[in-house]
Design a protein around this ligand. Structure first.
Ligand code: GLA
Length: 385
């Protein structure tokens, strides 16, 4: 039985109806860490790990949601007040709330959710959950929203309902991912350029450190945003036309930042130098210069670690070990940081040997068994037929 058949059967046993099934992918960001909320550019790929949602409409205004991973069913009315507690169902309820706020006539539905994207590992499991749920709700109700708008609605769910001030990148990739392509996204205009990602020349290996510092991640993420706002306020005192760090170069900042607090100066240095690296990386990808792409990615990791201070001991160990293995082109943390996964670019012929060697050396060093696997660039949200 395929996992799709299993999902269908579980749904029918649980809810007594035949569902339609949808999926939305997780992502790795090749480069452009913490640039989306600074209105910069990012270069992610959607991966072949997805959140699956089986769904059917109800003839009332209730949501019945079962999560396979949480082994829990949650039921509520669409008009119920927002719950104060942190609960996985808030991502789903938040999506229904944000869709209604956007004027979509959402009605009740039964939803069975199975998320293949590891949670809290920097591969964007929450955006995969939000986007697959939103798309499923719309489709079973016969409604349509364009993909960029859908990403905005899902980001609103996370910002306004779940309470995480994330940028737009994850939701946009989950909506607009393209098989065999990376997406160069301008996070100010939301323009997307799909750039071919030739997997016969380069392989992507994800390595999960199995360590997450969830508490640090959410508070430090919001703190980084505030630090970037602080840098912009200092620049605006001299140049009021500047809206975000996208509008200035490190060269300009360097001339005025000698009296700034050290952390603010370094956050601004990461953001402004990373913008240049994203463009250089997109150029390298267009030319098929994977050695240069890898070099830039490794440089980005150092900047995220030293200047932006969002790496962790385990991420740094994983990156350092990867660099000693033949075939490595570049390695960096991916996602918000503070644990989770690294992303490695490898010469394809070396990929399977690399996976085994990295898993073995990380376990020897840390006594933690990591999850290491090859990923493929995949499509965005879709109905599975
Ligand atoms: C998380 C957020 C994104 C982005 C990344 C860092 O994944 O959800 O919006 O800011 O961190 O690049």
């Amino acid at each position: 039985m395929t996992s799709q058949d299993a999902l269908q059967k579980t749904f029918t046993d649980m809810f007594g109806a035949t569902p339609r099934i949808f999926r939305a992918p997780g992502r790795v960001n090749l480069i452009g860490g913490h640039l989306d909320y600074n209105e910069g550019w990012v270069l992610p790929i959607a991966i072949d790990r997805s959140c699956f949602v089986a769904a059917s409409v109800r003839n009332d205004s209730r949501l019945r949601i079962h999560s396979v991973q949480m082994q829990e069913t949650f039921e509520c009315h669409l008009d119920d007040p927002r719950p104060p507690q942190h609960h996985w169902s808030n991502y789903v309820r938040g999506v229904a709330w944000a869709l209604r706020e956007a004027g979509q006539p959402i009605a009740g539905a039964d939803l069975l959710i199975s998320n293949d994207v590891p949670m809290g590992a920097g591969l964007s499991s929450s955006a995969a959950l939000e986007v697959s749920t939103a798309f499923a709700l719309l489709r079973v109700l016969g409604l349509e929203v364009d993909r960029v708008q859908l990403a905005r609605i899902c980001q609103r769910a996370e910002n306004g309902y779940v309470g995480m001030r994330c940028g737009i990148m994850d939701q946009l990739v989950a909506c607009c991912g393209r098989r065999a392509h990376a997406l160069l996204i301008d996070c100010r205009t939301l323009e997307i350029e799909p750039v071919p990602f030739d997997e016969s020349s380069v392989a992507v290996v994800v390595a999960n450190t199995m360590v997450k510092h969830a508490l640090a991640a959410s508070s430090e993420y919001n703190r980084r945003r505030a630090e970037c706002d602080d840098a912009v306020a200092r620049i605006r005192a001299l140049r009021p036309e500047v809206k975000t760090l996208r509008d200035v170069s490190w060269r300009e900042i360097e001339q005025i930042a000698s009296t700034w607090p050290d952390n603010i100066r370094r956050r601004a240095r990461h953001v402004t130098t990373e913008m240049l690296r994203v463009h250089a990386a997109a150029d390298a990808l267009r030319k098929g210069d994977f050695a240069e792409l890898g070099r830039l990615i490794s440089e980005a990791h150092v900047s995220l670690d030293i200047d932006y201070e969002v790496s962790s001991v385990e991420l740094n160990v994983m990156v350092a070990l990867a660099k000693q293995i033949p075939g490595i082109l570049g390695a960096r943390m991916t996602g918000a940081g503070f644990g989770g996964c690294t992303m490695n670019l490898i010469c394809p012929n070396d990929a399977s040997g690399f996976v085994d060697k990295l898993a073995k050396s990380y376990e020897e060093k840390t006594r933690i068994k990591p999850d290491v696997y090859v990923c493929h660039a995949s499509d965005g949200v879709e109905e599975i037929v």
